[in-house]
Ligand binder design. Sequence first.
Ligand SMILES: [Zn+2]
Length: 499
Amino acid sequence: MTAATVLDYDEVLERFDPVLGLEVHVELNTHTKMFCGCPTAFGAEPNTQVCPTCLGLPGSLPVVNRVAVESAMRIGLALNCEIAPWCRFARKNYFYPDMPKNFQTSQYDEPIAFNGSLDVTLEDGTVVTVAIERAHMEEDTGKSLHVGGATGRIHGADHSLLDYNRAGVPLIEIVTKPIEGMGERAPEVARAYVSTLRDLLAALDVSDVRMDQGSLRCDANVSLMAKGATEFGTRTETKNVNSLRSVERAVRYEMTRQAAILVDGGSILQETRHFQEATGTTAAGRRKETSEDYRYFPEPDLVPIAPPAEWVEQLRATLPEMPSQRRKRIQADWQLTDLELRDLVNAGAVDLVAATVEAGASPAEARAWWVSYLSQEANARGIELAALSITPTQVARVSALVAEGKLTNKLAREVIDGVLAGEGEPDEVVEKRDLAVVSDDSALYAAIDEALAAQPDVAEKIRGGKVAAAGAIVGAVMKATKGQADAKRVRELILERCE
Ligand SMILES: [Zn+2]
């Protein structure tokens, strides 16, 4: 192909309208799997959380996890969905080594929740209502580890290892209706949708929503329609995009890649693609199957689920304060301007700041740390704020040390750096790096006397009543204490010494 592999973004928008479809898989935080009693904890030794049912051994029979069904309904309700009065599981048949049963127990044409919506606020405050097609229950697959290749992919690997601990972990798949008419904002809308959904799922406490651990994964379907066209173009599905930033980048890249092909007279292959974090591009995966390929049929080993209306209403009553309502309350409680609230939300810092305040910091201090210093650190590392290796409790502790006069702001930043670098709790970092403010007056007197002796003319001026001259001595003392003294206290002591 001689044409450019991507088209300039502005040109894409002149010629095409993007259409998005977002599929988010969320792993539920139930203690046990979807159809058996195996534990679901992340990070256990491979193949230690398995049984005949989740390994699909002959004769084993599944039993539905009641808590998972409740979580599915609560998610549906929070997304303004209708809850099916009767629904079934279906078998999705395909062979894949990480799926020991040779089929995935999922839902097909009878999802538990459907026809919902989610309001998404963009960075400038614009609200976009994203229509939800369905939220259905299914189970996760195991994990393959391809060993010996450069990329961790199966190509070039010399062998593969399989871990079935994750096989059978409850999943909810949330599928949007096509999102049209977003134009240049399509990538931003995709990111904001996943971010809003993540906040909502966290508020529901149905998942730990860790994108970095795969408990929240987004598949982004992208297609382009020529301006004025009425039919959707062929779409690609970029799989398992695992950070908010990557969702935005993947959508944008696909728009520019597809546009280059279409402009050159080519056609888009319906296929899955993989997002490549390092280059910000997508690479071809497999040709996309159609639903016929999966030979879906109703799961014969499970009875249908028919939640009585009272059960649904009971669950509706357990819905927590929704993130959008919570933001309004926080704005009032912390007396934030619209702009301050938006900065807080855009930094992904609402929960972190709230937790820091809960741990004892003032809202202003907590906000200052997360929205400025820690956001910069997260940006520099190219990760989400929440993925920084510091907790709200630790930030609150640093904030308390400043309030108690044991750290200056400058020293506090060093303590934060130490915590981020894995040097331990704030108090340990203070000790190890010797960062505490020198508050011992006798140590300060020694440094002051030395500075006064070194600059006798300045000392004379202060004694003569020229208080402003003390600045030079303060400077010398701060230097001698490597900035670890409280300048105000040093000044007081100098004047006292020169009385
Ligand atoms: Zn099991």
